[in-house]
Design a binder for this molecule. Sequence first.
Ligand SMILES: [Fe+2]
Ligand SMILES: [Fe+2]
Length: 194
Amino acid sequence: MNQTVPTRDQAYELLTEFNKNEGLIKHALAVEAVMRYVAKKRGEDENKWGVIGLVHDLDYEKYPDQHCTKSEEILRERGWPEEYVRAVVSHGWGICSDAEPETDLEKVLYAVDELTGLVVTTALVRPSKSLMDLKAKSVKKKWKDKRFAAGVDRNIIEKGARMLGVEISELITDTIMGMREVADDLGLRGNIEQ
Ligand SMILES: [Fe+2]
Ligand SMILES: [Fe+2]
């Protein structure tokens, strides 16, 4: 089986082959952007990190009951390198997979997946409805309000941060900075001009 490195175009094509839901595609773009941002900051392979972020929930729309398992199957079938497949599967550690995040890439993916959701919800309740003026401090405040974005599992983010050995505030800032790069695609520029 050929194990060439998937390009961003190939990954996007695969994503949209399996996902039509706008919310899920936006989530994929958000996670991709954060993965790229953190990869760049750490001097890692931006394309690899980004592409893995983009397809991490590949199977979720069509096979929600087989989340992670189906992605693994599809990516293998399409000849994706093992490193990519493992990383995708490990984001669901303890939920839909028993692959514990091991590499920095996997740990970042694990932590920021949930965090992007909290950042979106926090941005949307602000007067600006924008990521562009959103500060980590505001997200931190909402963090403590367990009824706010109740679906976001704070424990997972905490666990991810601990695995990485980074402060939650730093992780939040990275997430905001990464998502700003695609604010227009996410519909989160709000009323803040360029
Ligand atoms: Fe997922
Ligand atoms: Fe996700």
